[in-house]
Design a protein around this ligand. Sequence first.
Ligand code: NAD
Ligand code: FE2
Length: 392
Amino acid sequence: MSEITVFAPAPSLFGFGALVKLPEELKSRGFRRLLVITDRQIASSGIMERVLDLLKGQFEVDVFEDAPNEPLSTDIDKLHKGFRSDADAFLGLGGGSAMDVAKALSIVMTHGGVLSDYEGEGTVPGPVIPIVCVPTTSGTGSQNTQTTVFTTRGVKLGCSSEYIRPALSIVDPELTLGLPVSVTRNSGYDALMHAIESFTARPHGKVPERPILYQGSNPFSRTLALEAFRSIWAVYRRAVRHGEDREARGGMSLGSHLAGMAFSHSGLGLVHALASSLGGMVDAPHGVCLAACTTLGLSYNLTVCRGDFAVLGAIMEGKESRPSGEVFAGRFIENLEELIRDLDFPTRPSDLGVKKEDAQALLRNTLLQTRRIKTNPRPLEDDLLGHIQKGI
Ligand SMILES: NC(=O)c1ccc[n+]([C@@H]2O[C@H](COP(=O)([O-])OP(=O)(O)OC[C@H]3O[C@@H](n4cnc5c(N)ncnc54)[C@H](O)[C@@H]3O)[C@@H](O)[C@H]2O)c1
Ligand SMILES: [Fe+2]
């Protein structure tokens, strides 16, 4: 355990119109040759064109527009064979998938091997080609985090290293105005759960030192997570239903950005561990798996989280003063369940096709999520299997 807390967020610009600052920010860092990494949908949405227009005439730019969604590690291995680039920086443009592909390519193109060689924490041996991120969803916060997520051998894992924290990110809510309803819903739920699981993470003093800044909750992460939660909760339903609402989009972008900064300094918990396990077993987006694992994960943690759940429950109901724990802690989970139903998410893992007899596999893959489990507020005990069997 360490007495010392480290605060090291990635430099970022936030706000409507922030994208126009991209060229000067790149130049000030000496980046002249860029590889833009994006996916087909962004390439055809007009967003890629806007970015390329800004860069035109000032930078040497190559574009790779085939980044896969929710990548497998083998997708990256296939990609990087025969892939050459002398770029000074990789620019990940898109949602978590495109930004994570930029991070993954940067690792293997700098240090060689295959992506699964770097699975785990602190496995990247040194600096990588700098990564710049321009997010187009309001969800993952990957523009701020030290992680790239990928699926290996049927389990959603990833690589986390402070070397892959982006050198710069530009978060412009304008880019999310055309985000489809389903992506707004799914990526927004991810952001909401980042805020919740960061706020309630195991306290810093109870988390052993590790090579990444998943330090347990601390004053920096808690402040950011609380503000992220407030911002997201206030506008999430509106952003899903009225995508053109600029205030709602701004609130989601800010909240998801702060939540990424928060959880990359605290770590997450059981809902993410379960959802990543489920995500390797069924074909459903990360945000959908999180919704399906919410009741299961939060009810397991309730006994140790009453105080924190009460704080969040009070914000949900517009009461900022510290409320009586019992009532608001229970209502916190109920309010989330109501949200899940309102937005037509699955409410439990079996809604996505897993069966009671899959409980053991779900547990096994959950226990592989050590990145998340070490910061879950409640240490995992033998009763978790029974809890999963009941809640699946
Ligand atoms: N690295 C991290 O720290 C971290 C954290 C959480 C989640 N993740 C990972 O990120 C991935 C999910 O990312 P996501 O939720 O941002 O979705 P995504 O990147 O998978 O995008 C979903 C779809 O939306 C499209 N899209 C994105 N922005 C758009 C826009 N503005 N207009 C039109 N279409 C748009 C994309 O092209 C894609 O087809 C998962 O693999 C998840 O595990 C990573
Ligand atoms: Fe997430």
